[in-house]
Ligand binder design. Structure first.
Ligand SMILES: Cc1cc2nc3c(=O)[nH]c(=O)nc-3n(C[C@H](O)[C@H](O)[C@H](O)COP(=O)(O)OP(=O)(O)OC[C@H]3O[C@@H](n4cnc5c(N)ncnc54)[C@H](O)[C@@H]3O)c2cc1C
Length: 302
């Protein structure tokens, strides 16, 4: 007899995206309020702080190296037994709960705290206009929409090679792989085009990728852009941004109910204590939001 476990999937209370100062503070505060918390971190946690040679403005540490402060933060989450997953989040979709897509799979959470820091992200002309209309950042979220079609995968890291494989094997796509880095392996099962794209243009069916020194562009059904850093506005569709920063109120709420943000991604000053404080406010907001959800369910039952 086959038993389906599909119904019993784990749903975290709070998914924190980013393991920097803001994310770690949010996770500690969520866990202190007895919530089930997970942190997703695409790189080394606390890498930015680690780079600081000397930190003189963090309370309790009059003169510490970045390494010392990061160790103290990491020991704290270990001590509290907080789940830290070394996975890059590629997309977040709101269903009944939030679905968090990563390179390795997906997870579910009642609330999301975005603590992704701030990096500049290069965009191609035409990319923004075609988002959701032929351009995607997440194979797991959107791959099925291009099943059996022809797609281009443009990537700034080796991670794109796995995504190209997945599009070929899992979705039966014809894949043209365009590496924006020095490609090492030569035994790839998809075709490779070593030329830097210039722009994307909408075509009757799909997208044209234009290149330097190529008279005709590449016409495909869809383009997957795999970037090491995806700006939060692209990670969560419909998220309101203020320039490069996530728009939040003083409770660290974004325009999407249940999604909070903290740290450098909400704007300056770009300081550890500010990130930690915002992480705490975001976690308290998430806890409050979960209580509201629970009381609504109680009312429906009565
Ligand atoms: C060299 C240097 C020295 C500094 N010195 C000081 C100082 O002396 N005092 C001070 O107060 N501040 C200092 N700062 C600034 C301080 O480090 C930052 O303000 C603080 O670390 C911001 O924390 P954050 O959590 O908001 O962002 P970050 O520390 O940038 O953390 C964001 C995390 O999110 C992860 N992430 C991003 N996207 C994803 C995704 N899609 N999926 C999963 N994970 C993702 C990133 O990998 C990153 O680890 C310094 C910064 C630098 C670079």
């Amino acid at each position: 007899m086959k038993i389906s476990l599909g119904k019993f999937r784990k749903i975290y209370d709070i998914a924190v995206i980013g393991g920097g100062a803001a994310g770690i503070s949010a996770a500690i505060n969520g866990k202190a309020a007895m919530k089930d918390v997970v942190i997703f971190e695409s790189d080394e946690p606390l890498l930015k702080i680690r780079k600081a040679r000397e930190i003189r403005n963090y309370p309790g540490f009059p003169k510490a190296t970045g390494e010392e402060i990061s160790e103290a933060f990491l020991n704290h989450i270990k001590e509290m037994d907080i789940d830290l997953k070394r996975e890059k989040v590629t997309g977040i979709v709101r269903e009944k709960n939030f679905v968090i897509y990563t390179q390795k799979g997906k997870a579910w959470a009642k609330t999301v705290i975005l603590a992704v820091g701030l990096k500049s992200e290069e965009t191609f002309p035409g990319e923004e206009d075609l988002l959701g209309k032929g351009v995607s950042y997440c194979v797991l979220c959107d791959g099925a929409a291009y099943s059996g079609g022809k797609v281009a995968v443009i990537s700034d890291s080796e991670e794109g090679e796995m995504e190209a494989e997945a599009l070929k094997k899992d979705y039966g796509c014809g894949v043209v792989y365009i590496p924006l880095y020095e490609l090492k392996s030569s035994d790839a099962s998809f075709s490779i085009l070593k030329n830097r794209p210039l722009a994307f243009k909408p075509r009757e069916k799909g997208v044209e990728v234009e290149f330097k020194d190529m008279e005709e562009g590449l016409i495909v059904d869809g383009v997957f852009l795999i970037k090491q850093f995806t700006s939060p506005g692209r990670l969560v569709r419909g998220l309101k941004m203020r320039g490069r920063h996530i728009a939040v109120n003083r409770a660290m709420e974004t325009n999407i109910p249940g999604v909070f943000a903290a740290g450098d991604c909400t704007g300056g000053p770009f300081k550890i204590a500010k990130a930690v404080g915002e992480g705490q406010i975001a976690a308290l907001g998430a806890v409050r939001y979960i209580s509201q959800l629970d009381s609504q369910k109680m009312e429906v039952k009565q």
